[in-house]
Design a protein around this ligand. Structure first.
Ligand SMILES: Cc1cc2nc3c(=O)[nH]c(=O)nc-3n(C[C@H](O)[C@H](O)[C@H](O)COP(=O)(O)O)c2cc1C
Length: 316
């Protein structure tokens, strides 16, 4: 099988492992790429030197294509971009910022650029900025998200209706059935985050991975909309944020409560009470921690089984 996205990235399966702070380093990215998907190094939690090391290790671990995700909120972004260009990275996923800022520069350097959006308006901006594809990320997704709360079921066909460039769907996809649904709605591929947090190769702390497996429907919530909306697993830190709202905290007070390094404390260092735990609604459907290659094989097997299964629906 091949389509616009597998051809754009030269990959076997239309599966992209999301760039994720504190979870997707070279180990996960190379494992996904070796398994036929597109692995992404999440640069958002890395100092520039650390990113360089991850890129070099990823190149040693796979000869397949891989990408780097750059959240544009990153304070020292010029340094990250320099490293990406100098290390010869071929694909970059930008997020959380204006796609105009870096797209031309990256493309002049021969890099394929994809931008993450959460609405039709931003998808159109990204297309106008000259990106090669967009990721449309629905309300269900883990991590930072848009303010409009558009769910994947509505966002995918809405974006599809308005853009011509390839479309990658993200948010709430963790099974082959969901992957098929996203593609029926118009996506050329899927970007999967939460499912890969619970992988052997993810750099997230073991306690966090276990929490993801234990999570039930309703255990996550989109919060901190005044700062940057983020979907979190409910824990003591989340309750502290809720108490802040009950006490009418100002955005400044919320910022103080969030403090620094909360995400690292939770997802990387394993403080399940005081740390920030970013995960999607689909955590309710994740029941085991396994190697990335097994996750991809299972996704593809269930995707094919689901295609065979829907023939039955033809009788309506
Ligand atoms: C732990 C975690 C960290 C994330 N970090 C980033 C990030 O650094 N940059 C980014 O663009 N998206 C980030 N995201 C969002 C993912 O890239 C992806 O779009 C999202 O996880 C897809 O939804 P899903 O979790 O339902 O699969 C993160 C998501 C999670 C779960």
């Amino acid at each position: 099988m091949s389509n616009r996205i597998t051809e754009l990235f030269s990959i076997e399966y239309p599966i992209i492992q999301a760039g994720m702070i504190w979870a997707s380093g070279w180990h996960l990215a190379s494992a996904v790429s070796n398994a036929g998907g597109l692995g992404i190094i999440g640069a958002g939690s890395m100092y520039p030197d650390v990113l360089r090391e991850h890129i070099q290790k990823c190149k040693l671990a796979t000869d397949k294509p891989f990408a780097v995700n750059v959240p544009m909120l990153y304070p020292d972004i010029e340094k990250l971009i320099d490293i990406i260009v100098n290390q010869g990275v071929k694909i970059v996923f930008t997020s959380a910022g204006n796609p105009k800022t870096w797209t031309s520069y990256l493309k002049e350097n021969g890099i394929i650029v994809v931008h993450v959006v959460s609405s039709v308006a931003f998808a159109l901006k990204a297309e106008a900025a000259g990106v090669d594809a967009v990721v449309a990320e629905g309300f269900e997704a883990g991590g930072h998200n848009g303010r409009d709360e558009t769910t994947s079921l509505v966002l995918i066909p809405s974006v599809k209706e308005h853009i011509k460039i390839p479309l990658i769907a993200a948010g709430g996809i963790g099974t082959g059935e969901a992957m098929l649904a996203a593609m029926v709605l118009g996506a050329d591929a899927v970007q999967i985050g939460s499912r890969f947090v619970a992988s052997t190769e993810a750099s997230s702390h073991a306690l966090f991975k276990t929490k993801v497996v234990e999570a039930k429907e309703g255990d996550t919530q989109l919060t901190l909309k005044e700062l940057a909306p983020v979907r979190l697993l409910k824990n003591k830190f989340y309750e502290d944020v809720q108490n802040g709202y009950a006490n009418r905290y100002s955005p400044e007070q919320l910022k103080q409560l969030l403090g620094r390094a909360r995400a690292k404390k939770g997802m990387f260092e394993g403080d399940m009470e005081e740390g920030e735990l970013e995960i999607g609604q689909v955590s309710a459907l994740i029941h085991d921690i396994k190697p990335a290659v097994s996750i991809i094989q299972e996704l593809m097997a269930d995707f094919k089984k689901a295609i065979a299964g829907i023939e039955d629906l033809g009788r309506f």
